[in-house]
Design a protein around this ligand. Structure first.
Ligand code: SF4
Length: 164
């Protein structure tokens, strides 16, 4: 089902961009760490709205690492199917965008939830292949422009352009 996104905030309001919480320094990774990046600093007109889809979907920190093993199917190394939590987290991220008028997201590359251009190949061998995480896919399908942590400047430009 496609959702239509409302137009971003009123004139003069900060532009809101959804961001993977770990990129802002939140200790929400599967191993209890973060992936803080300095690339998010220095944008005074941007309000970063953090979300960790896996935590929002109900998974704990720490948690077993997981990978996409088939379209829409996510498993831990032990073979446990955790797809339901990943899809619940994707829905939380989408609802956050819909409720806040967010039309751009910066997500952590390579994650089974947040990966924008790449995900692990599902063989638990550390190899990456082209693909999107569950949340990135959900947001893209709803019309949210999705960028990774190396494309922050592009994300900010897209957000500013959409606000014109
Ligand atoms: S699900 Fe996304 S926000 Fe949460 S730790 Fe993984 S990459 Fe970061």
């Amino acid at each position: 089902m496609r959702h239509s996104l409302p137009v971003d905030g009123a004139i003069g309001a900060p532009l809101r961009i959804l961001v993977s919480a770990c990129l802002l320094g939140a200790l929400v990774r599967y191993d209890g760490g973060s992936c803080r990046t300095a690339a998010l600093a220095g944008y005074d007109d941007i309000q970063w709205i953090p979300i960790c889809p896996e935590v929002a979907g109900g998974l704990p920190v720490p948690r077993p690492p997981a990978q996409i093993v088939a379209p829409g199917v996510v498993q831990t190394e032990a073979g446990d199917d955790v797809s339901a939590w990943f899809h619940a987290g994707a829905e939380c991220a989408l609802q956050c965008c819909l409720q806040s008028g967010i039309r751009v997201a910066v997500l952590k590359e390579g994650s089974p939830s947040c990966g924008v251009h790449e995900i692990h190949d599902g063989n638990l061998l550390g190899r990456r292949v082209a693909g999107q995480g569950v949340t990135a896919q959900r947001l893209l399908a709803a019309g949210v422009a999705v960028f990774n942590e190396h494309e922050v400047a592009d994300a900010v430009m897209a957000s500013r352009r959409l606000a014109l």
